[in-house]
Design a binder for this molecule. Structure first.
Ligand code: ZN
Length: 212
């Protein structure tokens, strides 16, 4: 997974993250100004000691949390596609997901399980979590996130089928509104072979032990 220390502070790129150029000073300054106003509007004093640097930290955090906008999922997949005869299901499960709901801009987070059945090509396994990150590190709804991951793999790799299951807790549900602390939202998206009962059952059985 990506750690904060992997993200360049300025424009220098590290390991495929060259496209993160959102840490430019103008953007940070502009966003910080808005966050300072937000602090005033909620009744805080942005000049008090603990908050002086908060707007800038918020700006940087927000740019990090939305860095998926700067990444191209198809490029990431095609950079590691290999011709291979393997034709059984490939599953990457328990991929950590951190995203933000587009309705409240509050986090939702949990696990993604992604499977595909190769049709002549496989992709480097580490690229699957990267794809999840590309689409989750932006404003999202869980349903669209699930579909986007499926569609990207289907369109790029053109496998015999793709299965995606995502289970997340939404802070907009647990911190506000209905305050259902332990509810988990599960979404799924399938294509090709995964519409067949047997294939889907195999996939779900293989990830079941982790399903909440
Ligand atoms: Zn929400």
């Amino acid at each position: 997974m990506i750690n904060d220390e992997n993200i360049p502070d300025r424009d220098e790129g590290i390991d495929g993250y060259q496209k993160i150029d959102r840490y430019n000073t103008d953007l940070i300054e502009n966003l910080s100004g808005h966050y300072r106003e937000v602090l005033k509007n909620i009744g805080e004093d942005p000049e008090r000691e603990g908050l002086v640097k908060t707007p800038e930290r918020m700006a940087k955090a927000m740019l990090y949390l939305t860095h998926g906008y700067d990444l191209n999922a198809k490029d990431i997949l095609t950079s590691a596609m290999f011709k291979e005869d393997y034709s059984q299901m490939v599953i990457v499960k328990d991929i950590e997901v951190y995203s933000m709901c587009e309705h409240h801009m509050l986090p939702f987070f949990g696990k993604a399980h992604v499977a595909y059945i190769p049709n002549g090509y496989v992709v480097g396994l580490s690229k699957i979590p990267r794809i999840v990150d590309v689409f989750s590190r932006r404003l999202q709804v869980q349903e669209r996130l699930t579909n986007e991951i499926r569609d990207c793999i289907q369109d790029t790799l053109q496998p015999l089928g793709v299965g995606v299951v995502i289970e997340c807790r939404h802070l907009c549900m647990s911190m506000r509104g209905v305050q259902k602390q332990n509810s988990v939202t599960t979404t799924s998206a399938f294509s090709g072979e995964f519409f067949k009962q047997g294939t889907r059952t195999e996939f779900l059985d293989l990830i079941r032990s982790k399903l909440s």
